[in-house]
Design a protein around this ligand. Structure first.
Ligand SMILES: O=C[C@H](O)COP(=O)(O)O
Length: 249
């Protein structure tokens, strides 16, 4: 089965409601495509506005908690995301792992709860610059996946999106070469194969993330194991995200 590409912008902690509305009014119509899925991950406060203005773009939260309710100040639960009608949620982004204590174990709990709710996790992994320099990239990818996608069903994993994002390439303008990105996304797929078999490995969509922009998206998308991209900076401006869509639809 051919995998449908999925390209998602991750706004991180950017944009208010008026800016969200303006972005969707300009970009949503362009994102109509039979061949690929396009979407935006945005702050919790923008989600309702995004969903209300999205006909074609999919909308993702940038995080969630795995427990449904309780004394967890500042957290947002999966049922709260369900109530807004979300179908995707980014989990385990390296900024959350590095600054807010997310671990493979908590990412795994989030993935399980999202899958139970029918929300597709966009699960992020990737090595630091020091790990890259030490030649540990493959081990880091396999170890992070071993923890983050543990104890799921093969079909559930096949339906997931896994974003490989080398941390040294995020927001730095220093993107991975297409050959390196392809090699690492193939390792992601192979680790899924090791853990869940051929069908899950063939179905799982693997994104590359890290300084993706209109000028390099096409070469990444031409790689056999890259099924999409998770895009930070270049998703913030309407024109650059439109250019990315136009070049890949
Ligand atoms: O989630 C997106 C990544 O952190 C990539 O960000 P970037 O495109 O600004 O490098």
């Amino acid at each position: 089965m051919a995998r449908k590409p999925i390209i998602v912008g991750n706004w991180k902690m950017n944009k208010n409601n008026a800016e969200t509305k303006a972005f969707f009014e300009k970009v949503d119509a362009v994102a109509a495509s039979e061949n690929a899925t396009y979407g935006i991950g945005c702050p919790f406060t923008d989600l309702r506005t995004a969903v209300d203005n999205a006909k074609n773009l999919i909308v993702a939260a940038e995080n969630c908690h795995w427990i449904d309710s309780g004394a967890y100040t500042g957290e947002v639960s999966v049922p709260m995301l369900e109530e807004i009608g979300l179908k995707y949620c980014i989990i385990g982004h390296s900024e959350r792992r590095q600054m807010f204590g997310d671990t493979d174990e908590t990412v795994n709990k989030k993935a399980k709860r999202l899958i139970e709710a029918g929300i597709t996790p966009i699960l992020c992994i990737g090595e630091t610059e020091a790990q890259y320099d030490a030649g540990e990239t493959e081990k880091v990818i396999r170890d992070q996946l071993t923890g983050s996608i543990a104890d799921l069903c093969p079909k559930c994993v096949g339906n997931m999106v896994i974003a490989y994002e080398p941390i040294w390439a995020i927001g730095t303008g220093k993107s991975a070469t297409k050959d390196d990105a392809q090699k690492c996304c193939a390792i992601v797929r192979d680790q899924v194969r090791v853990m869940y078999g051929d069908e899950a490995a063939e179905n799982v969509r693997v994104q590359y993330g890290g300084s993706v922009k209109p000028g390099n998206i096409v070469e990444y998308m031409a790689c056999p194991d890259i099924d999409g991209a998770l895009i930070g900076g270049a998703s913030l401006k309407e024109d650059s995200f439109i250019e990315i869509i136009e070049k890949t639809k």
